[in-house]
Design a protein. Structure first.
Lengths: 331, 260
């Protein structure tokens, strides 16, 4: 028998350690390491750590926690382990909002973030409305179909905006946003994201045992004494709000919400009571480490979305090649 | 006393033809009732109406003398449990975690099961005779063990009424026997049991009461010995069927293969 409680404590301590050491990691004054002593003596180093690195670390932690927790919750309520939080038009909606700002309104940062969040929510709403209108299949299948269609519509819109964008000024900006990254992280963004992230994550954390019930088929969940439809919406809303807020700041950071829930279930089993907090912590550590790499390895910044996809996809392959279903059953 | 009563219930799937045409039914308390009928008779539809998952087009269902609609979802789940047919789970739960899901009706929105819930879940596992499987993964169980685990989950609801949809389908003979014995024991402890089956012998081996259904209607209902007769069964199933007695219980056998 595994010890899920112990795993959670170990991961929590690990996250704090990684956060602490990330403060000293970077390319000033020399690549990779900033001595703690220098923060006390060099005002530039201190400013760098408190005004740039700390908010960036916090955003990376929130981003990782939000993506992986939302991915975990959505996989359970959709009864499909291949769902991720960008699903239901959220990611492509955010991408469209941000590209629209860059092309039509000259790309003010605050406006881009606002419109990205707005269109992310709009993506979710459209997916919901279409799912209600579709006359085919059960509720879960209809949401999946609607989500695919709405994502494709927004993706077409992004393609159109890229096509009409000024190739020297606007196009690189759109492409960079689509690749995802936290290079622009400042305290204002932390304050803007924080309430959405905390409320969404708290609701998911509190409802985590119920997620197990929502992963059963609807009639069965109903027979156990819950209203599956209502509770599913509560969970989806709590999952999408923090993702929409964070994606509006970070751009598209792929694979985290898909892969981290798989690892957390491998660590402590499928019971969401333990696996959800594990996914939350594991996601935060994963994105923070990727972001540390993104800002340290090269003199220029590597887009975070590239790293999470690269590492995430490799881990995903390793996970499924290394552990066959048979070994899992014997374990 | 009847635990469940159904009056003139009609049901049609939205936009579809009528599925159940004026069902009348009384479920005697603390007894095993079998809902017997050929495939497509409307047995499962009736079960989901009794559960409240489907709403009748007309007619009334009363649970313990109260209209079904007056119960809250939680209150209902404390009275009635369901064992669905061939339930599939996407995620790999342990048997213990799976059975604990039966405690949902006693827990608030943000609560997780406590030690007392675990005690009840373990009792439920013991009651169906698979206490030793608590730590196994659900996916490693045989079909029969899995069905027993699903019954244990419903028992963790501490229901007065247990509904089972084709509980013996897909089970081998020894597991069938074990499962039917569990149902009979439960009725011995005062639980009202209703199970659907298309197999007359599954019904004949444990049921006290029998409801015979065909084409969305109740053909006959009453004590097993009255309803389980050759003429009624032959008519319902459309083949020659004979009821004999074997080891003190009725036994049903087919006299001919269906023609056409």
């Amino acid at each position: 028998m595994k010890h899920p409680g112990r795993t959670i404590w170990v991961l929590a301590v690990l996250l704090l350690l990684v956060m602490f050491f990330s403060l000293f990691l970077g390319r000033y004054p020399t690549p990779f390491w900033l001595s703690p002593l220098q923060i006390a003596t060099d005002p530039l180093a201190a400013a760098l750590v408190w005004d740039f690195r700390l908010p960036r670390i916090l955003l990376a932690v929130l981003l990782g926690a939000a993506l992986s927790t939302a991915g975990f919750a959505m996989q359970m309520v959709f009864r499909n382990p291949l769902v991720e939080p960008g699903f239901l038009g959220v990611s492509q909606g955010a991408a469209f909002g941000s590209a629209l700002t860059i092309v039509a309104f000259g790309g003010s940062l605050a406006l881009a973030e606002g419109l990205a969040a707005l269109f992310a929510i709009l993506g979710l709403l459209l997916s919901y409305l279409f799912a209600r209108a579709i006359r085919y299949g059960g509720w879960v299948l209809r949401l999946v179909l609607a989500g695919i269609a709405v994502s494709a519509l927004f993706a077409a819109g992004v393609g159109m905006l890229k096509f009409v964008a000024d190739p020297l000024r606007q196009l690189p900006e759109i492409v960079f946003w689509l690749l995802g990254g936290l290079s622009g992280a400042r305290w204002e963004q932390v304050w803007y994201v924080l309430p959405f992230a905390l409320i969404g994550l708290l609701v998911l954390f509190l409802l985590r045992w119920r997620l197990n019930l929502l992963s059963l088929d609807d009639a069965t969940a109903f027979s156990l004494g819950i209203h599956p439809g209502r509770e599913r919406w509560l969970v989806l809303l709590a999952a999408v709000l923090p993702v929409a807020a964070l994606v509006s700041v970070s751009g598209i950071v792929g694979w985290v919400g898909l892969i981290v829930p798989h690892f957390s279930r491998r660590l402590v089993g499928a019971n969401a009571r333990w696996a959800l907090p594990v996914a939350m912590l594991l996601g935060a550590i994963f994105v923070l480490l990727c972001d540390d790499l993104a800002r340290t390895v090269l003199a220029g910044e590597i887009p975070l979305g590239i790293l999470t996809s690269l590492v995430g996809a490799l881990l995903f392959l390793w996970l499924f090649v290394r552990f066959t279903p048979r070994e899992r059953k014997a374990a | 006393m009847s635990a469940l009563s159904v009056r003139q219930v009609r049901y049609a799937y939205p936009g579809g033809p009528e599925r159940l045409a004026g069902i009348d039914l009384e479920l005697p308390e603390g007894q095993v009732t079998a809902l017997l009928g050929p495939n497509g008779a409307g047995k499962t539809t009736l079960l989901y109406l009794l559960l409240g998952w489907l709403q009748p087009v007309s007619g009334q269902i009363r649970v313990e003398q109260q209209p079904l609609a007056t119960f809250s979802r939680r209150a209902m789940a404390r009275i009635m449990g369901l064992v669905p047919q061939q339930e599939r789970t996407v995620f790999e739960f342990s048997v213990g975690d799976f059975v604990l899901l039966g405690r949902a009706a006693y827990l608030g929105l943000t609560e997780a099961p406590l030690g007392s819930d675990l005690t009840i879940a373990r009792q439920a596992l013991e009651e169906v005779g698979i206490g030793h499987l608590e730590r196994r993964m659900l996916s490693t169980l045989s079909g029969g063990e899995r069905q027993l685990a699903t019954i244990a989950r419903a028992l963790a609801q501490q229901p007065h009424i247990l509904l089972l949809d084709e509980p013996t389908a897909h089970l081998d003979l020894s597991h069938q026997g074990r499962l039917l014995q569990v149902l009979s024991d439960l009725a011995g402890h005062g639980v009202t049991v209703l199970f659907t089956t298309h197999d007359p012998n599954a019904a004949a081996s444990v049921a006290d009461y029998l409801v015979l259904m065909a084409q969305g209607q109740v053909k006959a209902a009453g004590p097993l010995s009255e309803v389980l007769n050759s003429a009624l069964l032959s008519e319902t199933y459309g083949v020659g069927i004979e009821v004999i007695r074997l080891a003190g219980r009725p036994y049903v056998r087919r006299l001919e293969w269906p023609r056409g």
